[in-house]
Design a protein around this ligand. Structure first.
Ligand code: MG
Length: 258
């Protein structure tokens, strides 16, 4: 409870202080990276997170409470989600692919916990890769980058807006322990002709530590092309079943406040 109050206070502070300030993204926009290429420095400093977890507040929509995936479907064919549910967690089933919520959302606060398996193998982007796709298309990366030991491009590490924004620091816990994302997301607005009116924005607390501060998202996540916006309305939340060969990651305690 105390943690929730601290988090809410922090979110309110961030919301109240963004006006009149340059955002991280805007501050960084002078360093040109027009093709969203892989970037290797500056390497975010390691921060050791505190020992707290977050229960859903009274107005939250519970998307996964550890018992079943009734709120989720397979992204590719909308059939019931087939990821493995056991011991209060949902674990990626790579053969069945990404899952997404049945519900569609616009702007929200999201709480989601994830764990890299203790026996994780692989390197770079092939080490515990998954992702949280806001509006089903803007990826917040999930990856094993504990203690900055798994080298990869820093705008593709855990806590990044994938291939866009480097996290301010790296508070990731070691494989086998649970990590928490608390995300404040504002969905993008579009003009009638489909052009972008205002970009999506995201603030992320990673294990209670601010890693993205009201950053403007550049467009839909893509690995090989410029991120662009394509007009959309309310959309599901999507979780990634990445095709790497490392052991699958798990999720638990997922809730959202519209
Ligand atoms: Mg990913």
């Amino acid at each position: 409870m105390k943690h929730n109050l601290v988090l809410i206070t922090a979110l309110l502070w961030v919301t109240a202080n963004v006006h009149g300030q340059k955002t991280i993204k805007e501050a960084n926009s002078s360093s040109s990276n027009p093709e969203n290429a892989q970037v290797y420095e500056p390497i975010p400093p390691v921060v050791v997170p505190g020992e707290t977890f977050s229960s859903p507040p009274s107005d939250a929509i519970i998307l996964f409470n550890g018992k079943n995936l009734d709120e989720w479907v397979s992204e590719k064919d909308q059939s019931p989600a087939k990821w493995t549910v056991a011991n209060g967690a949902a674990t990626v089933d790579k053969s069945s692919g990404d899952i997404e919520t049945k519900r569609k959302f616009t702007s929200y606060q999201l709480h989601i916990e994830w764990k890299i398996p203790a026996d994780i193998t692989g390197s770079g982007q092939a080490r515990g890769n998954s992702g949280v796709f806001l509006s089903g298309r803007y990826e917040i990366q999930v990856l094993d980058n504990y203690n900055n030991e798994n080298k990869t491009y820093v705008n593709g590490m855990a806590g990044s807006i994938y291939r866009e924004s480097i996290p301010l620091c790296n508070p990731e816990k070691k494989p086998g322990e649970w990590n928490v994302y608390d995300i404040a997301y504002t969905d993008p607005q579009f003009n009638d002709d489909g052009s972008l009116k205002t970009p999506a924005r995201v603030t992320i607390f990673f294990n209670g530590v601010l890693v993205q501060n009201n950053v403007a998202i550049e467009g839909g996540t893509s690995t090989d092309t410029r991120h662009v916006y394509v007009k959309h309305g309310p959309a599901p939340l999507r979780l990634q079943a990445h095709g790497d060969k490392s052991a699958p990651i798990s999720f638990r305690n997922i809730w959202i406040r519209e």
